[in-house]
Design a protein around this ligand. Structure first.
Ligand code: SF4
Length: 350
């Protein structure tokens, strides 16, 4: 049996499909630049396109250039990430911008090794930046691409390790065309995002359904193989929601642990006593009222946190700034700070 050429059976039909049905009006595709591709690729890690679009537009409008991003305070950058999760992405974006400004005069580097050396950029993201901007053909390995390749060429096993990882990289490389590699990169991402979906896959609309091995073997659902999930840790905190009218007390978390560097309600371990803590912050002479919101679970990638919001209504407070990392702030201004989804949820509900 003659071995089929991946460019013939896979690349060509996918390129043709993209010209007819691919996504062409995403905000980062307009007046494309390395900077826009970089920001969008970072935002799209772990986050869906429809969620990313408004964040991307605001980010680009407030930081239209790499130098502008480098000159911003980290806290300003973090505030643009509020609610998007995985906050280390924002911190690395800012760090990388300062490096690009210092070492490359604010111009995004075009060399793979220089790009991959920047904080928060791995080989797949560096490949996407170079390929999508038609600088160099490089494979990208986001979840959508892996799914399409694993199913079409039938790659079993954990795609993040060993032989399966090598195989999927090699197969993807073998499919990249010499010209139109920018289109191919976009096309395969689009196919994974719109047709070869994790569960509601639409094989009847797929341009490579004739040659897809998973489809022929009726094994689409089982690929890519799920990674063995580590058991998530669980923890529980009391959130001290101290308010006086429309002013709320927020504390900046330190740079380690959960929500590093974000503003949050002061957080108590579950075994810490609430009233002595309040007295130490508010003063025993001040009266206050306590009430309780329903607890909720806030899930992060590695931990489930049960949050018990305790509302402490105080009549008055002496100073806006208790310390540089603990301030009273008006409700309308809170969203201009970098806050976690859990804080936003409580503010929205109050
Ligand atoms: S035929 Fe189905 S499983 Fe195969 S690549 Fe297309 S959508 Fe995915």
């Amino acid at each position: 049996m003659t071995k089929k050429n991946p460019q013939e059976i896979f690349t060509k039909p996918i390129l043709e499909w993209w010209h007819k049905s691919g996504r062409k009006d995403l905000p980062w595709q307009k007046e494309k630049s390395l900077y826009k591709t970089w920001v969008s690729e970072i935002m799209l890690q772990q986050t869906q396109v429809k969620t990313v679009i408004p964040y991307f537009l605001k980010f680009l409008s407030d930081f239209p250039s790499i130098s502008g991003l480098a000159n911003a305070k980290e806290s300003e950058v973090m505030s643009h990430w509020s609610g998007l999760g995985y906050y280390s992405r924002a911190r690395n974006l800012h760090k990388a911008a300062t490096i690009i400004k210092k070492e490359y005069g604010g111009k995004f580097p075009q060399n793979f090794d220089q790009i991959v050396a920047l904080p928060g950029i791995g080989p797949s993201t560096a490949g996407a930046i170079l390929s999508l901007n038609k600088i160099e053909p490089r494979p990208i390995m986001d979840g959508n691409v892996k799914r399409v390749i694993a199913r079409h060429f039938y790659v079993e096993g954990d795609l993040s390790k060993g032989d399966s990882k090598n195989r999927i990289w090699k197969l993807t490389e073998s499919c990249i065309p010499d010209s139109e590699f920018d289109v191919f990169t976009q096309a395969i991402m689009d196919l994974g995002a719109t047709v070869c979906l994790p569960r509601k896959y639409k094989c009847e609309q797929c341009p490579v359904n004739q040659s897809c091995i998973a489809k022929r073997k009726n094994m689409v659902e089982s690929l890519p193989q799920k990674k063995a999930r580590k058991r998530k840790k669980k923890t529980e905190y009391n959130f001290m929601v101290i308010r006086s009218g429309e002013d709320f007390l927020l504390e900046r978390r330190d740079s380690n642990g959960i929500w590093p560097g974000l503003w949050s309600f002061p957080t108590l371990e579950i075994n810490e006593k609430v009233r002595p803590w309040i007295n130490s912050y508010i003063g025993v002479s001040n009266s206050y009222e306590l009430s309780y919101m329903d607890p909720f679970i806030h899930s992060l990638s590695h931990i489930d946190i049960k949050i018990n919001p305790i509302i402490v209504d105080v009549n008055d407070y002496k100073t806006d700034t208790i310390s540089k990392d603990m301030i009273f702030i008006k409700r309308q201004k809170i969203k201009s700070l970098g806050i976690s989804k859990a804080v936003k949820k409580i503010i929205d509900e109050l």
